[in-house]
Design a protein around this ligand. Structure first.
Ligand code: 2RA
Length: 335
């Protein structure tokens, strides 16, 4: 499979290359792509050096698959150019996620919606991905009415500049700022830009994307997205109200058996998910599973995952693996 990684020098692009290699995705030809300032740079993939090329050069090579992490405007312009030459694009930006003609996919939840005609497939927002992986088995069993989520998000979700800001501040070095305020030893209740309703775009993504991925517009979601000075992954405190009552032992069992989930919930031994433990893992970790005693049929839990992996690169590669396994890629579609 001829594979282009667009945005190959960024945090997510680098992680995509790492995950493709780790999972032994059958890359017969790799085309690392980046913006003009990175063209000609070298990247390493499976011990071999590759030169970064321009989008135009990559399109000429007609890759079978392009994993995109190049930002929304680049994706809006360039993903259709790849699609036109027959490439299937899996895009990590927010550009196509809510487009009704595009599929928004978390393989554990809704891979079945993909068809061979889908040439641009959207990878959801990191904080949404880890939440829906945990919500899906519970929704299937008890039917979710409402979700109240507060996030504790890693600076890696913002990119290299934010990681540098955190470590520079820690060392007392003045440098470029990704955030409007100090992030070290601080907490910012602000991720992405504010919208007219007082919510941030990150919060609105969690609301809208959850419904689309779960295929159920009746699920009510409200979110507060918060940036914290952490790098290993995103954490979420999630309160879930169901239509039907549940049993805690059964909830734990359901989550333990669900694909992509590891339950870490043994408070007697102080075991619960943390970003330090989730870092560099592909699973979604769930713990602090308990009944909300203030309201019937309502559950509290704590969900942690590496946002660059399951929240971005791993989910994109899993979509590509699904395309391959189901022969939905690398074939010309009859009009
Ligand atoms: C963040 N959701 O953590 C973003 C990354 N996609 O800021």
């Amino acid at each position: 499979m001829k594979v282009a990684v667009v945005g190959a020098t960024g945090l997510v692009g680098t992680k995509m290359l790492q995950v493709l290699a780790e999972r032994n995705f059958p890359v017969t030809e790799l085309i690392p792509v980046a913006s003009a300032k990175s063209v000609g740079k070298e990247i390493t993939f499976k011990g071999k050096q590759y030169k970064v090329v321009s989008v135009e050069d990559a399109i000429k090579q007609k890759p079978d698959l392009a994993l995109f992490s190049a930002g929304g405007s680049a994706s809006l312009e360039q993903a259709p150019m790849f699609a036109e030459v027959g490439t299937t694009v899996v895009d990590n930006s927010s550009a196509w996620r809510m487009d009704p003609t595009k599929k928004l996919v978390v393989p554990e939840v809704n891979a079945h919606v993909i068809t061979a005609e889908d040439k641009i497939i959207a990878n959801p927002n990191c904080s949404t991905i880890q939440m829906v992986v945990a919500l899906k088995p519970l929704h299937d069993k008890y039917k979710i009415k409402r979700v109240v989520v507060s996030t504790y998000q890693s600076v890696t979700g913002t990119g290299v500049k934010a990681v540098d800001q955190l470590f520079n501040e820690r060392k007392g070095i003045d440098g470029p700022k990704a955030y409007p305020y100090t992030i070290d030893l601080n907490v910012l209740p602000h991720i992405d830009v504010f919208t007219d309703n007082g919510y941030t775009k990150e919060e609105m993504k969690m609301i809208k994307e959850t419904r689309k991925i779960m295929g159920d517009d009746s699920i009510r979601v409200t979110a507060t997205a918060v940036r914290i000075p952490v790098i290993g992954g995103h954490s979420e405190a999630v309160n879930i109200e169901f239509e039907n009552d549940f049993d805690i032992a059964e909830v734990t069992e359901l989550l333990s058996k669900a694909p992509g989930i590891v339950v870490v919930d043994d408070v007697a031994n102080l075991k619960y998910p943390m970003p330090l433990d989730a870092h560099e893992k592909d699973e979604v970790f769930v713990g602090r599973i308990r009944r909300d005693e203030s309201q019937e049929k309502t559950l509290n839990c704590w969900i942690v995952s590496d946002n660059l992996r399951k929240g971005a690169a791993t989910n994109a590669v899993q979509i590509a693996e699904y395309l391959m396994a189901n022969h939905l890629i690398g074939q010309t579609v009859e009009a």
